[in-house]
Design a binder for this molecule. Structure first.
Ligand code: CAA
Length: 259
């Protein structure tokens, strides 16, 4: 498959996707959404690929937001009739297999929102997160007001949305927005190693673990606990569950079948 705005490569069982518009700080235009949707669909469909990493090219930015130069050309009817931003849900969030955002600089507006669509974020010590849409006369549109609030709580999310201020990597880790911070030079290696570790797990169990944690984000406790038990029970029907438990009892490494 050929892409205009991203680079995609496979490293063993890990798909590495790189946003590749460094001259525009990897701003997210409609071609980026098209390319990312195709890349995530290809990743989901390829049984040899078990984890993905998304990062930005250049030292400066993961992504500096939705493409303002594209948006400035549209009127309100265009945004409404295109159901602008809805494609991120179907093209990116709907990915069933795990993926990590390796945030290497600015993650602003849609860039912060895209990072928050990942299963978790590993940030370089130079990363900066923000929802500066208010300075453009708008507000987050790709999930920022919802996911940021759930991740860091109302006080910080409200302050960031209302002032547009950026949050550095340390504050982001302290606030629960990112899983881990690593020195900028080690970011990609670290994210790829983490992805390889996930890729070595039984694949159906990774997909179901992902689904379970996401349900905690989206439903109440009683519904979440019930869904967790049912998903756990479904996993017990897999060959990999028998293999995993038998291998433990027999004190040998498990051999996953992916079923
Ligand atoms: N859209 C389009 N182009 C962008 C962009 C964006 N979001 N962010 C940066 N660029 C472009 C700049 O226009 C510039 O291009 P030119 O060289 O052709 O002028 C190039 O990238 C480099 O940017 P700067 O010269 O501005 O770099 P800087 O180091 O001086 O500043 C920055 C970096 C602080 C990130 C600044 O670029 C900036 O503020 N960018 C916009 C951030 C923003 O407002 N993001 C939210 C967008 S709206 C949104 O995302 C809506 C939503 O909810 C989904």
């Amino acid at each position: 498959m050929t892409y205009e705005t991203i680079l995609v490569e496979q490293r063993d069982a890990v798909t590495l996707i790189t946003l590749n518009r460094p001259q525009a700080l990897n701003a997210l235009n409609s071609q980026v959404l098209k390319d990312l949707s195709a890349a995530f669909a290809a990743y989901d469909a390829d049984a040899s690929q078990l984890c993905a990493v998304l990062t930005g090219s250049g030292d400066k930015a993961f992504a500096a937001g939705a493409d303002i130069k594209e948006m400035v050309e549209k009127d309100a009817a265009d945004f409404f009739l295109e159901d602008f931003f809805s494609g991120w849900q179907t093209g990116v969030v709907a990915t069933r297999k795990p993926w990590i955002a390796a945030v290497n600089g600015f993650a602003l507006g849609g860039g912060c929102e895209l990072a928050m669509m990942a299963d978790f974020i590993i940030a370089s010590d130079t990363a900066k997160f923000g929802q500066p849409e208010i300075k453009l006369g708008v507000a987050p549109g790709m999930g920022g007001s919802q996911r940021l609030t759930r991740a860091v709580g109302k006080a910080k999310a409200m302050e960031m949305c209302l002032t547009g201020r950026m949050m550095g990597a340390e504050e982001a880790e302290r606030s629960g927005l990112v899983a881990r911070i690593v020195p900028a030079a080690e970011l990609l290696d670290d994210a790829l190693k983490t992805a390889q570790a996930i890729a070595s797990m039984p694949p159906m169990a990774t997909m179901i673990n992902k689904e379970m944690v996401n349900i905690a984000f989206e439903t109440g406790l009683a519904q979440g606990l019930l869904t967790e038990r049912r998903l756990f029970q479904i996993l017990t029907a897999t060959q990999d569950r028998i293999e995993g438990m038998t291998a433990f009892v027999e004190k040998r490494p498990a051999q996953w079948k992916g079923r």
